[in-house]
Design a protein around this ligand. Sequence first.
Ligand code: ADP
Ligand code: ZN
Length: 708
Amino acid sequence: MITPKEVLKNFYGYDNFRGQQEAIIQSILKKQDTIVLMPTGGGKSVCYQIPAMVNEGLTLVISPLIALMKDQVDALNGIGIAAAYLNSSQSASEQRFVSEEIKSGKLKLLYVAPERLFGGAFPLTETLKATPMSLVAIDEAHCVSQWGHDFRPDYLMIGRLRQELPAVPFIALTATADKQTRADIADKLGLKKPKWFISSFDRPNITYRIVPKRNSFDKLLEFLEYHQKNSGIIYCLSRKNVEDMADRLQAAGLSALPYHAGLDRQTRASHQEKFIKDEVKIMVATIAFGMGIDKSNVRFVVHMNMPQNVESYYQETGRAGRDGLPSDALLFYSYADVMTLQRMIDTPDNPEYSEVMLGKLDKMKNFCQSNTCRRKYLLGYFGEEEQKDCGNCDRCLSKGNKQDMTMPSQMLLSAIVRLKENYGLGYCVLVLRGSKSAKIQEEHKSLSVYGVGKDKTEDFWKKLGQHLQQEGYLAEAGTQFPTLKLTTTAWEKLKNREKFLLNMEEGALEHQKKSTPYEEELFEELKRIRFGLAQKENVPPYVIFSDNTLVEMATYLPQDHEAFLQMSGVGQLKAENYEGHFVPIINAYAEEHQLKSKKKLTVNKSPTSNRSGVSKTELVTLQHLRDGLDLFEIAKEREMSLTTIEGHIAKLVRLKKISAEAFVSKDDLLNIRLFYRRQEGRFLKPIKEHFGDRYSYFQIKVAIAEEQ
Ligand code: ADP
Ligand code: ZN
């Protein structure tokens, strides 16, 4: 039997399990119902895909995200795991083909939408009862909760499936952190004494920043300049804001497109696809965008407006950095937005709901205004006690850059107090600077603070006000227009005659000192290669290799097969398919820049190849073939998946150890090869699409193996 670790290495190309992955897999292998709470990017998929490979039988994956299924299945097929999906986007004949595959026992994983289980023309449950099943995985399990915004009534039917498949273990997975939803998952899915695995919800690779919304467009451009080569999402409040922002960014020469519910379906789908495929860098969107996307190399998420609550903020910013590389979350904060949201939420028809939501809004506001480490606040909100400051948020990064601003701070604060905390920043500054404006009330002209701040510009005072606010000395209040009040922290500081040390830089865009230990130029080149391959295979680039894997290549400069296989994210099949595209580029780059490859100190993934290029395990398969066993018998004998054996055979054909005609008839070989030669790429997918159900992937692979 193949072990979980072997699957991880040979198929995914990873050396070690992360966090609780291994324990979760063991729990499933013991046939224990299991619930997994893990943040986005934590590596949930592996938790059910590996048991699917280790066990006999089919793993059913229930997911509401139909649009994602094709990419998920492509990614699995791309690493040599037999997977398929069934959903309403397919033709009847495609669905029939998949049903045949299920019956033949070839599939390891089947993705379906929940409505297919009991409803529709061919409810799946009957087929499933007749199929050997190893596992049912419920992805996005929070959809069972009526409390959340992703509620899917069909998820409530899963309890029935649990009863109809009493001997099969179930695993439920979600990245939703809030408590009510957790309780609902356990309750509504009807799982049997589930074992819980709760990971920390920290996303250490995301740098959180919140800056005052002043000159926000300039700040945004500066931020985007830093992220020039990267993909990201910019969230705006309304459709109109989205359109305006996309126009302005395009006018500034940036690669950006809008996305909101007011666009017709086709436009929306095309914009989304362009973004996923890296054809456009920036998606400007309302929060409707993002739920159904799985793009792992989103490098930044910007909020032009404050989200309604911390849960939404966490979820939306969480779309950045699924691949684990450093990513940015930037929010532009203004009190005016708080007031707008207050008005939106405060509806008389459902006072109870309004009250809860207003409470959440208040927490979100506090999060923006507080001067503690952002990560500490976030994790604390979700009930995790984080002891130390994170060192990777704007609060932490700006420490050490502080100036003594005691005098002017005292002046501004006392002006606010003299004005009875009844005015906004603009008015206080006019008074401080002794303005002759008609706006100034007569009585205020006789205050001691009137005109004491003449020697400094209006801009200076406003900036100071913002910083005092950011650091938690001033808070905005009011319902009609914002007025400024001193916080208790400010009063205490004044009372104790402490200094006001402020960081007067616009902390937002300070970046950690960038050290890139990898070859950036090569990385960009590898991205271009990947982009070309992705276009030809009609998959998103991250399905070929994640950014992380390309970074590894640009770090270690692997120049031969063995070294290439050691890159994290390069499994056996990917090495075989893509080595020829990447290694020559790396070689050329290394030569041009006179660089040597660096040794990566890991265990060897490949079960020892010998000079002829045939690995030991492939030789065993070859021996069995010579002994007259067929594919299925070999798979069974060796306790390996059929896909693995098929992979061996394609390789053996390629190395001319056996003839393709043993598996595909002469005519068929000719047919496939002719079509293959006519197209410019060297890819399976278009061939498969061309012939439809006529040939299996295996037949195609074998047919073209000698041509490669
Ligand atoms: P989630 O579904 O929890 O958001 P994914 O399953 O998509 O996360 O995994 C996120 C990324 O991490 C993927 O690129 C995945 O291949 C990678 N990954 C998962 N497990 C490991 C591991 N053990 N080592 C390295 N990378 C991993
Ligand atoms: Zn921090």
